[in-house]
Design a protein around this ligand. Structure first.
Ligand code: ACM
Ligand code: ZN
Length: 514
């Protein structure tokens, strides 16, 4: 009944029932996890659930840290008996995941943040009569994740997503025990992150003219700090992406001197790959990018920084005297090596600031930067090549992890044409390719789902594209390799969709799919 399927779960006779005398026991160092749990449960159940340190072990949910190397960094044990619940872990993250499992053991209504008791469609408050029994089956769970990188990527550039949507996505990631949110901030069609040093990036670069109507938006640094905290409270690290050297027309619209020609241009309204890219010959391109990256690094405490690196046409570099001069002076063979020079130079800067660089798999072309992590998207081949070279890899091949592809043929206008990615296909995804030796396989940190949004203009459509595919991917990243089959997953999904109903998620409802 839990998604993702725990490593080991054993059901026993009986239930524990939460009531008005149930307390949550948590030591100070894990109080924030207890607070997360009760802040949600108090609203939905209407129960007081005070947090206390108490000696009696009756009628309590106890959260505690223990030494248990088996559980590693994110694992937990959950034991529920008719007398109470015990969750133990080596880290607060492990306890948090234990709490997420606990919530899935409770009736789906515990996800209702309007308060319990009242029938559906009626505004609820916590004082409404409670007609749900908050029972938890007696069970013993031992659980930990298979992969360290359990991610989702959001593109707020092609269509813009407000903070409420971003937080809802992050909250749903946490429900599925995912831990990396990759936020793709810059694109040809819009620059979405406030940079104090270059205000025109958002004054000009965040807006495009769609038949006389202005479309766009951006996140202020204040909003971003708030989201970083919201994510951290849910043990999710945000990986920011500032795309270079391609997919950068929005920045060039604001600061035309960053391109080879230096000619004025506009934020484009058409999708695809644009030829206007950052000039790799001018020094001021690098100064600009280092200043931008410095500001962005300060906002995100995580260790990874994504620099894009995909789909950079080289036509302008071929005819630009400054780019050609760079090729000559740096003894580079061609424009592929110029791209590699660009990425390596950014990596030096990023490493010097204590962070690690990630790029899309095109960063393999012309030679990989020494410490780079590769995100394999065009297939799994880039990931195989990089791990064979001793580099870390994150898998997100279009064939299984692109949630902008349709779920059934002729669904709507989508990227991908006739290529579909139904939930079953996501569920069949194996992040570690057979070609890799045991040693090489250790470089596969995990995988992520990518939501590009060219053809996704609304929240309803976005959620329909995300779920339940993200549920399937989450299970592939957390659970043991052969822990379950699709039929078993589908059975658990039936109940899981009730949770998503309560959370007001507009998941994909085609019966062919689920
Ligand atoms: C990509 O989808 N261009 C990384
Ligand atoms: Zn140039």
């Amino acid at each position: 009944m839990i998604i993702p399927q725990p490593q080991k779960i054993e059901f026993k006779e009986g239930n524990f029932i939460l009531n008005e005398n149930t307390v949550v026991s948590a030591a100070n160092e894990v109080k924030s996890v207890a607070e997360f749990l009760v802040s949600e449960l108090r609203i939905s159940t209407g129960l007081p659930l005070p947090i206390e340190i108490c000696d009696s072990d009756k009628n309590q949910i106890s959260l505690s840290l223990v030494d248990n190397d088996k559980l590693e960094d994110e694992g937990y044990e959950l034991l529920s008996t008719i007398d109470g619940i015990k969750i133990t872990a080596q880290t607060p993250a492990g306890l948090f995941y234990g709490c997420q499992s606990l919530r899935q053991l409770l009736p789906p209504e515990n996800f209702d943040n309007r308060g319990a008791g009242a029938p559906r469609n009626v505004a609820r408050t916590s004082s409404s009569a409670i007609n749900i029994e908050w029972n938890i089956p007696c069970v013993s769970i031992i659980d930990k994740p298979r992969f360290k990188w359990r991610g989702m990527m959001l593109d707020p550039c092609r269509h813009f997503w407000d903070i409420d949507f971003v937080k809802k996505l992050i909250n749903l990631m946490a429900l599925h025990k995912m831990n990396i949110f990759h936020w793709h901030f810059t694109e040809d069609q819009g620059w979405r992150i406030e940079i104090n040093k270059y205000p025109e990036l958002t004054e000009i670069g965040a807006w495009r003219n769609e038949d006389g109507k202005k479309y766009g938006g951006f996140y202020t640094q204040k909003q971003i700090k708030d989201v970083v905290k919201y994510a951290a409270d849910r043990f999710i690290t945000i990986v920011p992406e500032i795309e270079l050297p391609g997919h950068s027309v929005a920045a060039i619209s604001a600061y035309p001197e960053l391109s080879c020609s230096g000619e004025p241009t506009e934020v484009p309204i058409t999708w695809g790959i644009h030829e206007n890219v950052y000039c790799a010959g001018k020094e001021n391109t690098f100064t600009f990018l280092e200043n931008v990256i410095s500001e962005v690094m300060d906002l995100f405490p995580g260790k990874y920084f994504h620099i894009g690196g995909d789909e950079c046409p080289k036509a302008n570099w071929k005819k630009c005297p400054k780019c050609q001069e760079r090729i000559k002076n740096e003894n580079l063979k061609n424009e592929d090596e110029l791209q590699s020079y660009f990425i390596k130079r950014m990596e030096k800067f990023i490493n010097k600031n204590g962070k690690r660089l990630i790029g899309w798999d095109e960063i393999l072309e012309g030679g990989l930067a020494p410490n780079a992590t590769v995100m394999s998207w065009r297939g799994i081949e880039g990931g195989i090549a990089a791990s064979k070279q001793g580099h870390d890899v994150i898998m997100c091949p279009v064939t299984h992890c692109y949630f902008d592809f349709p779920q059934k043929p002729k669904e709507k206008i989508d990227i991908g044409g006739s290529k579909t990615v139904p939930t079953k296909k996501v569920y069949e995804f194996e992040p570690v390719p057979e070609e890799l030796s045991e040693e090489e396989a250790k470089h596969v940190l995990g995988a992520q789902g990518n939501l590009w949004t060219e053809h996704i203009p609304t929240v309803d459509r976005a959620e329909e594209m995300l779920y339940p595919r993200a549920c399937a991917l989450a299970e592939k990243l957390w659970s043991e390799k052969d822990c379950s089959d699709f039929e078993n997953f589908e059975k658990r999904l039936e109940l899981h969709l009730k949770r998503l109903d309560v959370l007001k998620v507009n998941y994909f409802k085609s019966l062919n799919n689920i």
